[in-house]
Every structure is written in structure tokens, then in C-alpha cells.
Design a protein around this ligand. Sequence first.
Ligand code: NAP
Length: 317
Amino acid sequence: MNTTNPFGKKGWTPDRIKDLSGKTFVITGTTSGTGFEAARILLSKNARVVMLNRNPQKASDTTAQLKKILGNRIDVINITMDLGVQASVKKAATEVLEKVGRIDALMCNGAIAQVPKQQITKDGWESQMGVNFFGHFTLQALLFPLIEKSNGRIVTVGSLGYDMGIKAIKFDDLNWDKDYTPNDAYSQSKLAQIMTLYELQDRLAAAGKMGVKAYACHPGSSRTSLISTSGSFMMKMIFGLMKLSPLTQPAENGAYPELMCATEPELDQSAFYGPTGRSNWVGPVGPHELKPHAKDKVAANKLWELAEKETGVSWNV
Ligand SMILES: NC(=O)c1ccc[n+]([C@@H]2O[C@H](COP(=O)([O-])OP(=O)(O)OC[C@H]3O[C@@H](n4cnc5c(N)ncnc54)[C@H](OP(=O)(O)O)[C@@H]3O)[C@@H](O)[C@H]2O)c1
């Protein structure tokens, strides 16, 4: 039991979310898992939700499913975006800016994980870096002006994987041309995501832009489609067995940390949010330990500069 959780014994739950009429949330990857649950809960509180997904058929099936659960009056917009293709991310960002007048939170949830063999995206990056990191880096930068205008938030869904793998950014071989392993590459991409999120906080503070908030969180170990979408046969077997144990939790609980970061007033930005129970895999949601390498200032700054150069997108911070 965690006695220091500011949200009490049960931790943060969506009961704390008030009516969200008039508010707009943009979420990546809502066709399954935590993204689907986050969209469902936000819509149930009367928010407008913009769903950014790569597969238009799956996206439209998702809308149909949400309407079946919540009724036809939900305010949901589908925009096609493949996080692994920069041109698609840029096009989707333009479309978002055309379709909505405000963004209360951008929730960077979509991802691939544990890709068995090295794959290189169209833009030339290892696939997990390309989708999870570079895709979201560009999306965040392009939507930033509207988020700023809305005094909104940027939420990065990371992973405890930030503290697995080599626990550093492999600047001399970012694509893992040497020594590729699925876990090292996935872990690096999630470390890169949260590292630049904390770097963004520093850059916002230095620019005096205190209206925008940025948060990092993770869903613990949640029963979603993540491993079955991109993992190896062995990983699917391992996670299949884990799903039967109390070491995993329902996808809905995995959505709570990102929902909290998107909606909870007065949340400390310096923290890392997720389940606070066993190994931070399951349990009540709240802030918990973050290892210092996630806030390695030198690496974060270098990664930020590299990402701006690689994507050709500059932040207006
Ligand atoms: N589940 C866990 O235990 C766990 C643990 C640590 C961290 N996480 C993190 O939690 C977040 C949500 O994952 P999840 O577990 O809910 O997995 P999931 O069920 O597989 O959902 C991932 C979502 O991302 C989308 N996506 C994948 N590649 C994409 C691309 N190139 N462009 C746009 N969307 C794409 C998927 O769409 P498709 O339907 O098209 O594949 C899906 O909607 C991820 O950031 C993941 O790293 C999960």
C-alpha cells in the first residue's frame, strides 16, 4: 500500500474528472488498448476527442464501437496519421489545426513495441524510434502553437522500459545497425520520449511560457494489443502468460495515468506518473520514482537538437 499517494489509497481514478464540455483532446493510437479507453472515458465526460490513427478502417470501426457504447451524440473526429511517416504526421497536424479551435491536451499514446528485427522507416529511422519518438516529436511541435493558445497540455505516454535496455541514447548508432535487440530499441524510444518531455518543461520555463503544461506517465503492465501487434512470437508467449497473472491490469486502468495528466488540475510536472503497486506494474495511480538518467540534461539537449535537425521541424518555444 502506498501511503503517500496524494490521491489516497485508491490512487487517481476518472471519478475526479469533471464535465469536459467545450474541451478538446487529441489522442494518438485509439484503435485499442489504453488509447481506446482514454478516448471512451473522455467522451463519456462530454469532451470532443480527435483520434489520430494510421488505419482508416480500424479508426472508423473504433468510432462505431464508441457510439455503440456511448450513443451517437459523442463528439469524435477521425484523422488519418501514420506516426511512422513524417509526411503523414505533418499532414495530420495541418488537418487538426483546420478542424479544431483549441487543444486542451495532446495525448501521445500510440506506439509499437518489441519489433523482432530491425526495420527502418521511410524517413530512415529504426521503426520504434521513428514511430514512438520522431513521430510524436513532430506532432507535438506542429500542434504546440494551438496548445499554447489554449493553455493546454502535452502528455507523453512513456514506459518503464525507459529504465531497461542500455538506459541511454545510443547517439553513435541511433538505428541499432550494430547489436539490434527488440528490447533495447523499444526502451531507447521510450526513454527518448520522456527525456524530451522533461527537456520541453525546461525550455517552456526558460521562455516564460508557463501556460502550457507537459507531463510524463506510463500505463504499467496493461492487457492491451501492444505485444500482439508488433512483438516476436516469444514475447507474445511471455506476455500471454503474464496476462493471466496479477502482474497485469486491465487496459482501462492503464489509461488512468494519461487521463490524469490530461485533466487533473494542479499536477506537479516534475513527477513521473503510473501505477504505484508492485514494481509499478499495477495498482493505484500516482507519482512514483523516476531514475535520474531520464533527466540527463546533456543527453536531452543533444537529442532535442538532433530531432529538430532530423525532422526538419523547429519548435516555436
Ligand atoms: N500495455 C503495456 O503494458 C504498456 C507498457 C508500457 C508502455 N505502454 C505504452 O502505452 C501506450 C499505449 O499502448 P497499448 O499498450 O495500449 O498498445 P496497443 O493496444 O497496441 O495500442 C497502440 C495504439 O497505437 C497505434 N499505433 C501503432 N503504430 C502506429 C502508427 N505508426 N501510427 C499511428 N498509430 C499507431 C495502434 O494502432 P493500430 O491498431 O493501427 O496498430 C494502437 O491504436 C504506448 O505508448 C506504449 O508504449 C504500454
